[in-house]
Design a protein around this ligand. Structure first.
Ligand code: ZN
Ligand code: ZN
Length: 395
């Protein structure tokens, strides 16, 4: 290090201008190990500098030196031959960076590693265009507890697999005008959490914040008309397992991180979509505890199904649920106090109305039949069973 400083001083004394850089790297040219061979750059004065091209900024190149040190060199100070080489590298670097900004290639290994902790409940695959997430839509944590505004739906397994797996675009494209989640996407999911649970708009179809009106459990989730468990807020609790990895991926292809940057530092300022471009040129969102929670607008281009106009439009492609029973009415005054898996294929949900307990016990079999027992707060018991295939009541 001492030698290095002397070297710099000598160069400065010779009337040259070099400085060690702390600039953020947009698209690093690569990192080098101690035994790697270093290029030698010759200055017009005849002096030489060892270092490999890392990045360019205006009319300077940044060289990475032995031990990871960086030195910035004005191109005009280089010998004619190395000046030509530097200008070539700058052009190539700028083109690459521009391509990353425009093309936003997905990081397949990031996708795979993000979903990996939740295997085997969640499995993944990919083809040329999409990364696919398969799951049964049953969360890896207790569900439903804490709901104070309940439509009587309960979590049952979903068939998010095969042609109905969750598709994440592998080549996200930046949208010219990001579509706001305030007046779009009130139907369907906008993201898939890394534990295989879909994430819907934070606002319900009446424009209300589902969390603030008591519709959600302690994990930001509840069940829809297909008895499909899903979140409406950012699943920040997943960071306990995912650590610094993404907690979800938006259906535009961009990662959603938790309350820290991927390197563990505090979250940098967020833009109007609730995300930002990382040092590697790729865009990502962040989850937060308050509205908009996760995605304020889709930074990436998405296709929408406009069978029902905005805000009731939905992103396509995405996975779907197939209801097994008709939707029920809200159960006024009910507060869900417990939800436990009583077997691999069974749950028991307990609720309270005016201090009295009621429950829903249910199980399913391998023939895709679902059997429910309802015990109301007066102790009256009723049963019902359904086949998933057509949502028809069995008996
Ligand atoms: Zn919902
Ligand atoms: Zn970030």
């Amino acid at each position: 290090m001492k030698q290095f400083r002397v070297f710099i001083r000598n160069l400065s004394m010779a009337g040259l201008f070099l400085f060690v850089t702390k600039m953020a790297i947009a698209h690093p040219g690569g990192h080098y190990l101690p035994n790697d061979v270093f290029n030698t750059w010759t200055l017009a004065s005849g002096r030489t500098i060892e270092g490999n091209f890392l990045m360019a900024h205006d009319n300077t190149i940044v060289l990475e030196q032995k031990g990871g040190g960086r030195i910035t060199v004005f191109v005009d100070l280089l010998s004619d031959q190395d000046k030509a080489l530097a200008l070539f590298k700058i052009r190539k670097y700028n083109t690459l960076n521009e391509q990353v900004r425009v093309n936003q290639p997905a990081d397949l290994s990031l996708l795979e590693s993000a979903f990996e902790p939740y295997q085997p409940a969640v499995t993944t695959s990919s083809d040329e265009n999409y990364f696919y997430v398969s799951s049964r839509g049953i969360a890896n944590h207790p569900m439903m507890i804490g709901i104070t505004s309940w439509q009587q739906q309960v979590p049952i397994p979903q068939n998010y697999s095969g042609s109905n797996a969750w598709p994440i675009p592998l080549r996200p494209v930046l949208a010219e005008t990001p579509m706001s989640t305030r007046n779009n996407f009130m139907r369907g999911a906008i993201a898939i959490a890394v534990n295989g649970i879909p994430i819907f708009n934070a606002l319900n179809n009446r424009g209300e914040d589902a969390y603030l009106i008591g519709e959600l459990d302690n994990w930001g989730g509840h069940c829809g008309k297909g008895d499909d468990y899903h979140y409406h807020t950012a699943p920040l609790h997943l960071s306990a397992i995912s650590l610094l990895k993404p907690i979800a991926f938006a259906l535009d292809g961009f990662a959603v991180y938790g309350e820290k940057e991927p390197d563990g530092s505090a979250v940098l300022p967020l833009d109007e979509c609730h995300g930002h471009f990382a040092a590697n040129g790729l865009y990502h969102y962040h989850g937060t505890k308050n509205y908009p929670y996760m995605i304020a607008a889709m930074r990436g281009k998405v296709n929408t199904d406009n069978k029902t106009p905005a805000p009731e439009n939905q992103i396509l492609p995405q996975a779907f649920t197939a209801p097994v029973r008709p939707p029920l009415k809200p159960l006024r005054g009910a507060v869900i106090t417990n939800c436990v898996a009583t077997a691999n294929n069974a749950f028991s949900i307990t609720y309270k109305i005016a201090g009295k307990n009621g429950s829903v016990n249910y199980y399913w079999d391998e023939k895709n039949s679902y059997y429910f027992t309802f015990i109301d707060t007066d102790g009256n018991q009723t049963t019902a069973s359904y086949e998933r295939r057509n949502g028809r009541k069995k008996d």
